[in-house]
Design a protein. Sequence first.
Length: 618
Amino acid sequence: MTTLGALVHRPGLDLRFLTDTDEERYGDRPVDGVVQPELPLDEFLRRRETAVDRDLLRFLLVLVSPALLDQAAGRVEELLGRLADLDVAGVILRAGSPPDRWIAAGERCGLPLLVVADDGPWTSAAVHAAILDERRRHEDSDALRDMQRELVRPDGLPRLLELLARHLDGYAVLVDRSGRPHSGRPRVPDGLLRHVRDDVRRVADGQISSASVSYRGDHVHVLAIGEQRRSPVLVVGGGDPFTPEARRLVTDAARLIGTRWRLDELTRRQARVEEVDLRNREAVLHFLMTGQLSAARRTAGALRPELADMVRVHVAEGPKKARDRLVARCVEATDDRAWVVRCPLYAQHVIVLAPVSASQSREDPFTRALQELVPRRGDVCVGVGLPVPLADTGTGWEQAYHALAVARNSADRFARFNPQESLAGLLGPDGRRWALAKLRPLLRHRPDRPQDPGAAELTETLRSWLSFSSGVARVLKIHRNTLASRLRRIEGLLGCDLTDLATQTEVHLALRLVGSPEDEDAKEITLDALLATDHVRHWAKNQLQPLVDQDSPLLLDTLRCWLDSDANLKTAATSLGISVPGLRKRLVRIEGLLERSLLGAPSVRYDLWIALHVHDRH
């Protein structure tokens, strides 16, 4: 709304306060119009002091002529007091030198008095026109302020266009140089964009800065929102001609819309860069998991930091929706010197490959930094593996994942991998020869067509599938149908059923034992014979000792039933006569006792199957 101060400072109106102090006191008083009484002030006020008409004078300027001043000479303070009670904006005196009693009465009543130099017949019209012009200017400023507030909202661009269209009582749309709309509110008339296509192209090419056209009675304005040739063009229109105020508003709005469009464009580019970085980091992890160290080092060297020869794998777990924040916290905690990547298998996991030097102890700085992250984030837990050569990153990942299963259910929400003797290291040369015999058809496979996977690719697919189950498609970056086709091919080569847990266990052990098929001759030996040694029996006892030491055989029997059911929760729960959630709770307890992951992948189920098999035989 217009104010007294704005009118007083308006050039050409010659309006001023009677006293210098009034501008400071009353300059911000709002003004909504002007009224010039033709009746004596007493009669005029009597008609306006009724309940119905009382608000009609609120925020109005009362223009008083010299004749009315003379009629009210003896009742100045009473009349000004009644005007003040009606909340008028002020009184304009059309006299060169008003009596002192008016000035004193205005002071006592708290009513601003102004004087206008021109005493002609058009004074009221001039004041009224000035009020309207100031009001339009304020409305334009208000509209611009509204748009500035919308500028920073997440959906700022469409809201800016919607707000501009509403102020113009028309439509506003952004189009590219070919005339294709990007965003607009509300829908533009059919055929309009075809009609202005040439104007849009000329504005987009910089030949002209704007164009005005007519279309089916609408007045349409086309103008640029930026100097870049890739910037879209703003098309606005409506049924009424554009006033000078509307043109100024459109021009100012175009700058805001251009700013927001460039911001959105930068955001989109940043998102694309981050997506490329994400994919490249996942590719590095994929290269490491599949033994392609040279490719992993080249890619990591371009992205930074470089990969160390020895690494310790950490897995941090937090809410899915907060993983980006967790990544940032991990990067900050490790001072951007560790390789941080979003886990391709689990949406709530972040993997950190921290460099390990020969001089670093168990308490390396990266592990300490990530451990300190946990108390500050109550919904975060961290599992830590042992130092491993870069080529054994997959092993380090499994270790950290097993530690995470412990951390998830511990008070500290932080755990380290507790190493145990490996079965593969106990089986010796006989175990290696058994593995070669077991996997010989797969290891010597030659594809019929060049595009079909060979022995190495099928072997890696099998190894990854046994570790990560159905989630391996995301790890290997292949379609699930491709994965299913490869598994069927492997089953055909090995003559086995990979849905059977016993078969999975044998193949998993063979893959851990086998090297190159040309290294040694394969030896036909059964798995039972291979496992019939004191070393293996001792290993099996150590694996199951935390369960055997329990007062009740409940957990050991639960584990046996679950493994006999091919690790199927529903089947095992039915056999045990309990619910699936009840079985899951028992298995979580077993995870805590064994300090290994059972339910998730990678899982220790294969080692436990062998340990139970050996335990039950002896």
